[in-house]
Design a protein. Structure first.
Length: 142
């Protein structure tokens, strides 16, 4: 995770979308649902409980702002949020847009149950750059 934060800060990470007050918004490595992204705490902390109360509040606000962006300019009808940290003990939240045109059997399941994450289309700046710019432009408005 730290390597991604360092590359995002150096403007050398193609999947970096936007720097929010609480961390970096990064496009997911696999785009099984277009717009899937991850907010990574910067500076990196082990989990949500390691944040001060003020930083916890900012984390929630930032996650909500990303969800708003995906709803307003990303075409999503609902957003799923997942903060785990079991495999990678670093605070990050998966922000997953859900779409009305998903097959119903998949649409009603949690994203990690509905989709094989590693089998999604790999991130590709040529394909993902347009939605990333829309999200960044939306987030830059505030």
């Amino acid at each position: 995770m730290q390597a991604k934060l360092d590359a995002a800060s150096a403007a050398t990470l193609p999947s970096a979308i936007f720097k929010l007050p609480s961390g970096w918004l990064i496009a997911g490595d696999h785009q099984w649902l277009t717009g899937y992204c991850v907010l990574i705490a910067d500076p990196l902390v082990v989990d949500f409980n390691a944040l001060t109360e003020k930083r916890r509040a900012q984390w929630g606000v930032d996650i909500g702002r990303v969800g708003d962006a995906l709803l307003r300019v990303g075409g999503a009808y609902r957003i799923n949020y997942e903060t785990w940290g079991n495999l990678t003990p670093a605070l990050h939240t998966h922000i997953v847009p859900r779409f009305a045109n998903e097959p119903e059997a998949l649409r009603v399941q949690p994203p990690r149950q509905a989709y094989a994450w590693e089998k999604g289309r790999p991130f590709d700046l040529a394909k993902d750059g347009e939605w990333m710019k829309k999200i960044a432009d939306y987030l830059a408005r505030d």
